[in-house]
Design a protein around this ligand. Structure first.
Ligand code: FES
Length: 104
């Protein structure tokens, strides 16, 4: 619905992912080669924090048991039929805005 400020672009360096609260929702923001993506922070397996995972290209590995997600879509790499929510994101100047009610 509405975009809300989520983070500064320099808070997420290329090749990393971090968790932020946006409108009361835990969201993982990833930087893939200077382009930003937003997905739900909560792993579908047992609720691990994807924003604390390790990035490899556009794939984040959950820090708890290793499930892998494409941060561009939220889909599970091994089973793209399912995934976490993926949100619309806009970069405005040095700020990242996320619509936490959207689905990309
Ligand atoms: S909680 Fe993410 S892989 Fe288990």
């Amino acid at each position: 619905m509405a975009f809300a400020r989520a983070a500064k672009t320099n808070e997420i360096t290329p090749g990393t992912i971090r968790e932020f609260q946006v409108e009361g929702k835990a969201i993982a923001l990833a930087n893939v080669g200077g382009k930003f993506y937003a997905i739900n922070n909560t792993c579908l397996h047992r609720g691990g924090p994807l924003g604390q995972g390790v990035m490899d290209g556009n794939v984040v590995t959950c820090p708890w048991h290793g499930w892998q997600y494409d941060v561009m879509t939220g889909k599970i790499s091994q089973n793209p039929a399912v995934g976490v929510d993926c949100y619309r994101l806009e970069v405005r100047g040095e700020d990242i805005f996320v619509d936490a009610d959207s689905h990309c």
